[in-house]
Design a protein around this ligand. Structure first.
Ligand code: 4NP
Length: 160
C-alpha cells in the first residue's frame, strides 16, 4: 500500500521504561508540531513493562514543564504488536531499544524503525542518553536531544 505523504505523520517514541526519554520525546514533538501548526499523531511506549500505568518520572515532568509542556497525564505502556501497524515510524532512544523492537515486530509490521538521533544531522547512530540513574542535569541533556529530533521531524513533515 502506498502511503499518502501529505497525511499527518504518525510517530511512536520508544525507550525502555516509557517514563523518561520517550515521554520527553513525545512532549518535545507535541510542542514542535503545535508551534508549526502541523497535525501529527504522537505517542510513546517502552520495551519493558516495569513502569506500566505510572506517570512519567517526576524529573522528566519537571523538565517538560520548564519548556511549557505538561506531561503529568501520560501513563507508561509497553509497546504492542499493533503499534508496528498503526504507526508510520517508530523511533527508538537507543540501540538496545531498537534491537528489542526489531525482535518484537510482527511479520506484517509496516512501521519504519529508526534511532531517534538518526534524524539529526551529524548524530546518526547515537543514542539518547538514559538519564534515569544520573543527576538531574541529565534530563536537560535529554530534552536538548529530543528537541533536535522533534525539529527534524517537523522539517521533514513540512518538506513532505
Ligand atoms: P526510560 O528510562 O527508558 O528513558 O524511561 C528508564 C526508566 C526506568 C528504568 C530504566 C530506564 N528502570 O530500570 O527501571
Amino acid at each position: 500500500m502506498t502511503k499518502d505523504v501529505t497525511a499527518a505523520p504518525s510517530i511512536l517514541f520508544l525507550c525502555l521504561g516509557n517514563i523518561c526519554r520517550s515521554p520527553l520525546a513525545e512532549a518535545a514533538a507535541r510542542a514542535a508540531f503545535a508551534k508549526a501548526g502541523r497535525p501529527a499523531t504522537l505517542d510513546s511506549a517502552g520495551t519493558g513493562d516495569w513502569h506500566v500505568g505510572r506517570p512519567p518520572d517526576p524529573r522528566a515532568q519537571a523538565e517538560a514543564l520548564r519548556h511549557g509542556v505538561d506531561i503529568s497525564d501520560l501513563r507508561a505502556r509497553q509497546i504492542a504488536p499493533d503499534d508496528f501497524r498503526r504507526f508510520d515510524l517508530i523511533l527508538a532512544a537507543d540501540s538496545e531499544n531498537l534491537k528489542n523492537a526489531r525482535a518484537l515486530a510482527p511479520a506484517d509490521a509496516t512501521a519504519r524503525l529508526r534511532l531517534m538521533l538518526d534524524l539529526v544531522p551529524g548524530r546518526a547512530g547515537e543514542s539518547v542518553t538514559d538519564p534515569y540513574y544520573g543527576e538531574d542535569d541529565g534530563f536537560s541533556e535529554t530534552w536538548a536531544d529530543v528537541s533536535a529530533v522533534a525539529a527534524a521531524l517537523v522539517a521533514e513533515s513540512a518538506s513532505g
